[in-house]
Design a protein around this ligand. Structure first.
Ligand code: SF4
Ligand code: SF4
Ligand SMILES: [Zn+2]
Length: 276
């Protein structure tokens, strides 16, 4: 199995997973979405709220603000030495005190840990008119997307099969498929058509090119066919900014490995192999 990055920065990555079963590719996708922990606000104490929004609505909005997460500093509440009561090892507290007229933004949240700030400064929370006030204390903790979507580290996380486009000798370079392709994958070269260099991974496998070819009256079999490599996938992942994409992938793979090690251990125990 191999992973090859086509593009990579902290926020967005595109990579090819080669030599994996569909089940494994899907397990990687699911682990990135729901098994990698991030910080999100989960507990809010509102001391004063004369804004137009209910307390519950404000708490919901605060929970959805992505927070830069250092997974080496924080641990899950259940695994923390405080026993889940909440301490600087498993939670971050924020204070907010704003009086209108002003739009309250994520930058108005003052964190106890200066590293655990919201990903963006200008996420609007509520608009206050003159004399309206909002005073609160919030606590963020680590959890995963399996518990609630606010802990998902990804905005986008999906994959598709790697496409293969085959053009047969029956092609007369009429160009119908080129006009029909919505992603400009095809071009004429001499008396044949071919895939534009570097564009194959952009193919959505919509097969409109096959339909356009059949519409020329070529017969029952189009001169162009689109199929997929069975064990090769193109992944597109976008982080919400709480963690770099590479870290999300690394943690997701570690989770899968831990689970498979545990499964192996348990099956050994059941079959009695560990006693041999
Ligand atoms: S399958 Fe769709 S995107 Fe791919 S080459 Fe054909 S028309 Fe273009
Ligand atoms: S529509 Fe068919 S015959 Fe025409 S260029 Fe495309 S593949 Fe060739
Ligand atoms: Zn703790």
């Amino acid at each position: 199995m191999e992973i090859q990055f086509v593009s990579l920065d902290d926020d967005v990555a595109r990579f090819i997973l080669d030599g994996a079963s569909p089940a494994f590719a899907n397990a990687v996708r699911r682990a990135m979405i729901s098994e990698v922990p991030t910080l999100a606000i989960d507990d809010v104490r509102i001391y004063d709220n004369t804004s137009a929004l209910f307390d519950e609505m404000l708490a919901h909005r605060l929970g959805l603000i992505p927070i830069i997460t250092d997974l080496d500093t924080y641990s899950r509440k259940e695994a923390c030495a405080c026993g889940g009561a909440g301490c600087p090892g498993c939670s971050v507290t924020y204070t907010l005190s704003v009086e209108g007229p002003k739009t309250v933004q994520s930058s108005d949240l003052i964190p106890q840990d200066p590293k655990a700030v919201p990903v963006n400064d200008n996420i609007p929370i509520v608009k206050l008119t003159k004399g309206q006030k909002l005073v609160l204390e919030a606590r963020a903790e680590l959890n995963t997307g399996k518990e609630h979507a606010k802990w998902q580290p990804t905005n986008v996380c999906g994959y598709k099969n790697y496409p293969v486009i085959t053009i047969s000798e029956a092609c007369d370079a009429c160009g119908n498929c080129i006009e029909e392709c919505p992603r400009d994958i095809l071009a004429v070269k001499g008396k044949k058509i071919e895939v534009v260099e570097g564009k194959i991974s952009d193919c959505s496998m919509c097969r409109l090119c096959e339909r356009a070819c059949l519409a020329t009256g070529i017969g029952d079999v189009p001169a162009i066919t689109v199929t997929a490599v069975p064990d090769r996938y193109i992944f597109a992942v976008e982080s919400d900014g709480s963690l770099p994409v590479k870290e999300i992938l690394r943690r997701a793979l570690q989770h899968i490995k831990r689970q498979s090690d545990e499964l192996e251990k348990q099956t050994r125990e059941i079959s009695g192999d560990d006693k041999r």
